[in-house]
Design a protein around this ligand. Structure first.
Ligand SMILES: Nc1ncnc2c1ncn2[C@@H]1O[C@H](COP(=O)(O)OP(=O)(O)OP(=O)(O)O)[C@@H](O)[C@H]1O
Ligand SMILES: Cc1ncc(COP(=O)(O)O)c(N)n1
Length: 550
């Protein structure tokens, strides 16, 4: 343990915001998440109704809200009972939502009774949501009726308040007053007739056609038609496909602003979810679709650590190394000004040699950077290392007997080889991780020296190494370190677990090299200034850590 007083973790290492780089995450934050309201019935088995709608809305990038029109007692095999609560309470639900939240799109599902249809119609007229998708639920896949005969008539009156209606073949037939179409051409003709008669666009759905194809078509009131083809997926998991598709379209329409793009995207998602439905083990009838199959496959189901967590965790892992650096005779004597001049100049000469290759590694980070902001930052840091820091070293060394560019000693060589090996492997994240301890440990030490954490001597202007001490407590260097830490943290958070582990190792090993670098024997006073090292003088960083922290 260090006997020296220690500052709290410095503020400049906190990563509360995404780094100032144009990341995918930042783009996502800027885009508005649409609020999608489902007005539909409840399916306690979770595959259809509002349960399906909320999953579908979430899977397609919306925030789901639901006002319940009716309760059903159903499972994958069929509907056992339907209960329609007092309609006044539905209106209470709808008003509660509209009084408080923006509604970007509405999806209408099972409405149950003529009174419910009328109440929903009144509410739509009063609130005028920007997007209304009406799935005219009348009969469940199982063949059970979900709407009484009066309500069918009332539903027809509701059509003009919708922007899109999505009937299946049986519902389309009811709406146009004809027999159910038995081929795609007849279905399309009915869809066109409905669109022309009501002025509402119609999605004609071929899910209930016989045969190997499941075509859908978006028919505008002016007869413009966009067709979507797709081979039938062999599955019995089709419970709730209509509910899920209509809420997905409402969501994608709110996101994209385009109906045919929305239908295309919703269908792509639906097909993936139908195909994965058999992964679920729910009931013995027509099972549900797997609403999150694609999301889970691409994003996983565990919550990865945040950038801020990672930055804090990795920094915390260097606590032992930092404490060992604080305890080094070199650092203590540097702080109190008693470090012999030749030891200081020797250190500075090695640091100058180090900086030249460090600048090459910074330039490599710029070359590998995935975005222009990061590219600029690393290039600027490379130029800064050469122009400012190296130049100041050379000024400090000028006039001294020491040479500005000595040969790198074993400790310096080991550290540089670690950095250059990261460049050779070519992984941006690993290069950045290897670079960071040099920023962070120097700023940390510089700030604590300047704050008097190692005694008052380091703060005095007459301190023999005052210019050097000042350069590491520089606010500009602290700011660069904050940005570099942000880049490290966001890169690590977005990395695969395996790459993140390689980054963590590179970071840790660089921190160990920092300790070895501070602890290396220096100048004529090597014996006094050196860190503890093993009998044969090897300065393997791990050995130094072990002995220095013992
Ligand atoms: N087996 C399948 N393979 C591929 N797509 C399908 C399949 N079954 C249905 N679909 C698609 O699912 C969507 C819903 O179509 P469908 O005609 O079944 O409507 P629906 O009857 O309202 O739905 P539900 O069966 O939930 O009542 C359409 O896009 C349709 O093409
Ligand atoms: C509450 C409710 N709403 C809609 C449907 C229709 O869905 P599907 O035709 O897929 O059974 C349903 N079964 N239950």
């Amino acid at each position: 343990m260090s006997a020296l007083p220690r500052l709290e973790r410095p503020g400049y290492l906190r990563v509360d915001e995404p780094a100032a780089t144009g990341s995918v995450a930042a783009d996502r934050i800027r885009r508005r998440i649409p609020n999608i309201l489902s007005i539909a019935g409840s399916d306690p088995s979770g595959g259809a109704g509002i349960q399906a709608d909320l999953k579908s809305i979430a899977a397609n990038g919306g925030y789901g809200m639901a006002a319940i029109t009716a309760l059903t007692a159903q499972n994958t095999r069929g509907v056992r009972a339907v209960h329609v609560p007092p309609v006044a309470f539905l209106t209470e639900q709808l008003d509660a939502i509209a009084d408080d939240a923006r509604v970007d799109a509405v999806k209408l599902g099972m409405l149950g009774s003529a009174e419910v249809v009328a109440a929903v119609g009144d509410w739509l007229v009063g609130t005028r949501p920007a997007v209304v998708v009406l799935d005219p639920v009348m009969i469940a896949t199982s063949g059970d009726r979900l709407l009484d005969a009066d309500a069918e008539r009332a539903l027809r009156d509701l059509l003009p308040l919708a922007d899109l209606v999505t009937p299946n073949l049986a519902e389309l037939a009811v709406l146009v007053g004809e027999p159910v179409a038995d081929d795609w051409a007849a279905a399309l003709a009915q869809g066109r007739a409905l669109a022309a008669a009501t002025g509402v666009r119609v999605l004609v759905k071929g899910g209930h056609l016989a045969g190997p194809e499941t075509p859908d078509a978006l028919v505008e009131a002016d007869d413009t038609t966009v067709g979507f083809d797709g081979a039938r997926i062999a599955t019995t998991n089709t419970h709730g496909t209509g509910c899920s598709l209509s809420s997905a379209i409402a969501t994608r329409r709110a996101v994209t602003g385009d109906w045919s793009v929305a239908v295309g995207e919703a269908r792509a998602w639906l097909r993936e979810s139908i195909a994965a439905g058999s992964e679920l083990e729910v009931g013995g009838g027509n099972g549900p679709i797997h609403h999150f199959a694609g999301v889970w496959a691409r994003g996983g189901t565990t919550t990865p650590p945040t950038p801020a967590d990672l930055a804090a965790e990795w920094w915390e892992e260097t606590a032992g190394i930092r404490s060992a650096i604080d305890d080094l005779p070199f650092v203590r004597r540097l702080a109190d000004g008693s470090l012999p001049r030749d030891a200081f100049l020797d250190y500075l000469g090695q640091d100058a040699v180090y900086l030249r290759d460090y600048a090459r590694v910074l330039a490599a980070a710029s070359r590998l950077a995935p975005d222009a902001d990061a590219q600029r930052f690393w290039a600027g840091s490379a130029a800064g290392a050469l122009a400012e820091e190296l130049a100041s070293h050379e000024r400090l060394l000028a006039g001294a007997a020491a040479t500005a560019h000595p040969e790198p000693d074993a400790t310096t060589t080991a550290y540089l080889d670690h950095l250059l090996a990261a460049v050779a492997r070519g992984e941006y994240g690993v290069v950045v991780a290897a670079l960071l301890p040099c920023f962070q440990l120097y700023v940390d030490l510089g700030m604590r020296l300047a704050a008097g954490g190692f005694g008052a001597a380091a703060r005095r202007p007459e301190h023999p190494y005052a210019p050097w001490l000042a350069s590491y407590a520089d606010p500009g260097f602290a700011e660069s370190t904050r940005i570099a830490t942000g880049i490290l943290a966001t890169t690590a958070a977005a990395a695969t677990p395996a790459l993140r582990e390689r980054m963590r190792r590179a970071y840790r090993v660089s921190a160990e090299h920092e300790l070895a670098f501070f602890g290396a024997p220096r100048g004529g006073s090597a014996a006094e200034a050196a860190a503890p090292h093993d009998a044969d003088g090897a300065r393997n960083p791990a050995t130094v850590v072990a002995t220095a922290t013992a």
